[in-house]
Design a protein around this ligand. Structure first.
Ligand code: ZN
Length: 188
């Protein structure tokens, strides 16, 4: 089955806008989430934020690959964060590149599920990282924004090189075909 959505790639302005709150949790949103699961699994991602498929709303889908199946978190808010850890992060919207990025190690997060129930949980390790990464997307922030000056220069160079190496079929197609990171925010 073809993916219902093309994942937006770095350079797409939609990735740089702040998404607005979800105000109605209805069948349309549920159907959108279903489509996003398909897109996420097809890209072998562990998480996908709505702006990555061009939807300017504050929700994300994710699957930790632990057998719980796909999950949705709507209007997420980080209420507490603690500690600091480094994690080798990747992003479906910045394909082919990964970076060591420091973020809080443990967070408390609240939000809503598709039944409009409030959910609240503590997240550390991979889930904590995934939540912070996807929440960044809802604020128009990409992982490259967390890099220091030197890392950023390297990233720009790598991106330019990928653009030059891309066949005439287009950069997006080439990037999409680039080898997937084996961890970071991707399922192994
Ligand atoms: Zn991402």
């Amino acid at each position: 089955m073809a993916s219902p959505y093309a994942i937006r790639i770095l350079g797409d302005p939609v990735l740089r806008q702040r998404a607005s709150d979800v105000t109605e949790i209805d069948g349309r949103l549920a159907a959108l989430c279903q489509d996003m699961y398909v897109t996420m699994y097809e890209a072998q991602g562990a998480g996908l934020a709505a702006p990555q498929v061009g939807v300017q709303k504050r929700f994300m889908v994710y699957d930790l690959g632990a057998g719980d199946g796909p999950q949705v978190l709507i209007n997420p808010v980080i209420t507490e964060s603690d500690g600091e850890c480094e994690f080798y992060e990747g992003c479906l919207s910045v394909p082919g590149l990964r970076f060591d990025i420091v973020r809080p190690s443990t967070i408390n997060i609240t939000g809503l599920d598709l039944n409009e129930h409030e959910v609240e949980f503590e997240a550390d390790d991979f889930l904590g990282r995934l939540m912070q990464h996807e929440l960044d997307h809802l604020n128009g922030i990409l992982l490259i924004d967390h890099l220091d000056e030197e890392q950023r220069r390297g990233a720009k160079k790598a991106l330019r090189k990928m653009a030059m190496d891309a066949p005439s079929g287009g950069l997006d197609a080439d990037l999409a075909a680039a080898s997937r990171p084996k961890f970071g925010l991707f399922r192994s």
